[in-house]
Design a protein around this ligand. Structure first.
Ligand code: VNL
Length: 197
């Protein structure tokens, strides 16, 4: 159900076709709430059935029509109400931390590989998150730019500040995970028997 609100969030910026919405999703709010296209399209259908979005047919080129989705007043109200809904965190499931807890059982080479993978994973995410942060800060992100043009109800400063805040938290999280894995590499070396690669 959270996916519905991530999609509504995008539609508060502008109406979009299903295809454009899915594309915009993956380069914006999808960094915060991942979902595959296979969930996005069916959810859009349900949203239309529930009246939180309105669908109209738009012509695209000489012979093709597409469905364009816009948020309805009921959709805006639902989005706003959702902010006050209680939510649960998913229970922890971390493949690197689980292994790290038992590295005394691991070949040091395998332990280092786990930590290196962790560093690579969070380095990739960090780059993506920093990319969003930069595009939000300089207001060049296309969704945000459109949002700043269309949203008359909220201060531009707040629109930008809350999105910066979101990705700052992610970048800090990535830095923590990378620093943790580097400490782990030292720890593995400390306990590796002399002469082990
Ligand atoms: C927006 C733009 C949201 C870029 C994002 O993530 C983002 C937006 C929450 O304007 O909705 O990365």
């Amino acid at each position: 159900m959270t996916l519905r609100y991530a999609l509504l969030a995008l539609l508060t910026a502008q109406p979009m076709t299903g295809y454009d919405l899915a594309k915009a999703f993956h380069v914006s709010v999808g960094h915060v709430w991942h979902a595959p296209d296979s969930q996005i399209y069916p959810e859009l259908k349900r949203m239309a059935a529930d009246g939180v979005v309105e669908v109209e047919s738009v012509t695209r080129g000489p012979s093709s029509t597409k469905l364009r989705y816009s948020i309805t007043p009921a959709g805006s109200a639902a989005f706003s109400d959702w902010m006050a809904e209680p939510f649960e965190y998913p229970l922890e499931r971390d493949p690197a931390h689980l292994r790290a807890a038992y590295f005394e059982w691991a070949d040091p080479v395998a332990a280092r590989a786990v930590l290196t993978k962790h560093i690579d994973h969070y380095s990739t995410l960090r780059a993506q998150w920093q990319g969003q942060l930069d595009a939000i800060r300089d207001r060049s992100h296309p969704t945000l730019r459109r949002r700043l043009e269309t949203d008359q109800a909220h201060p531009a400063e707040a629109i930008v500040a809350f999105k910066e805040f979101t990705y700052e938290g992610f970048v800090e999280r990535a830095d923590h995970e990378i620093a943790w894995a580097r400490r782990g590499l030292e720890l593995v070396d400390r306990f590796a028997p002399a002469g082990v690669a």
